[in-house]
Design a protein around this ligand. Structure first.
Ligand code: UDP
Length: 241
């Protein structure tokens, strides 16, 4: 398997998109409950003061470099990091393969109706795909047994959880054994983009490593999150030996 490089205490796999997809498929075949985390700069920064989040990330079977910040940090620390593996793109790659392998997908998270729209979009894009269930991501603690039962009963091979970080990663870790899903992935805003609720940055902006700026401009409520970026750069630089 790939090398794992440590960024602010989180071990990130130095994988290409193709290698990440390959590894995910192997996890699905192995049938053992496993998780994939997609980490960006904000998440790595959070892990510096949220010990539970850090250990949850480090316990994932695969941690991919989502975001230009993660790739930059790895390289700044002197490691090889082949490319960015965006969570959104990884999900699309897995959904593309799923019909041929008769894999079952569950979409959990986002506002009411959004996962259903994402499901319709997936059915449109990936002919023959089997989305076996959806559930919105707004719930109380007392609803959890019912949600867990719904997911378990639909027997997915892949569980996509869009509750935002760190909630989605912590939730998946807490219920990993009970859910017994071969691959669970925290996917943030993926359903919002698939449903057309939120737009993804144009390709040129992604290539210019400016997707974070696009998201902040499009959703001003997120602008506060921008302060994490210089802080992240500083923390990574400080950690360089
Ligand atoms: N969300 C949810 N339940 C919550 C909080 C958030 O389902 O309790 C959803 C929210 O509707 C959105 C996604 O989680 O679809 C978070 O998307 P975002 O792009 O903010 O991802 P992040 O960068 O926080 O992981």
């Amino acid at each position: 398997m790939s090398e794992r490089v440590e960024i602010l205490g989180v071990k990130v796999d130095a994988v290409t998109m193709a290698e990440a997809v390959d590894f995910a498929e192997r996890l699905i075949s192995a049938r053992k409950p496993s998780t994939i985390a997609t980490v960006n700069a904000e998440m790595l920064l959070r892990a510096t003061y949220d010990a539970e989040f850090k250990s949850v990330l480090n316990a994932a079977e695969l941690v991919v470099p989502d975001g230009a910040g993660t790739v930059w940090a790895a390289r700044h620390l002197g490691y090889e990091m082949p490319e960015r593996v965006a969570g959104y793109d990884l999900v699309q790659e897995l959904l593309k393969i799923a019909p041929a392998k008769s894999q079952r997908i569950f979409m959990f998270g986002s506002a009411p109706g959004v996962a259903d729209k994402a499901k319709a979009k997936a059915e449109n894009l990936y002919r023959g795909i089997n989305i076996v269930g959806t559930r919105n991501g707004y719930f109380q603690a007392e609803d959890e047994p019912e949600i867990i039962a719904q997911i378990k009963n639909s027997k997915p091979d892949i569980l996509l959880a869009a509750l935002g970080f760190p909630k989605q990663e912590k939730w998946l870790a807490a219920h990993k054994a009970e859910l017994n899903v071969p691959v669970s992935i925290g996917v943030g805003g993926t359903f919002d983009v698939m449903a057309g609720v939120v737009r993804r940055a144009p390709r040129w902006m992604q290539r210019a490593k400016l997707e974070w700026l696009f998201r902040a401009l499009l959703q001003p409520s997120r602008a506060g999150r921008l302060v994490a970026l210089p802080k992240f750069v500083w923390e990574v630089h400080k950690s360089k030996k």
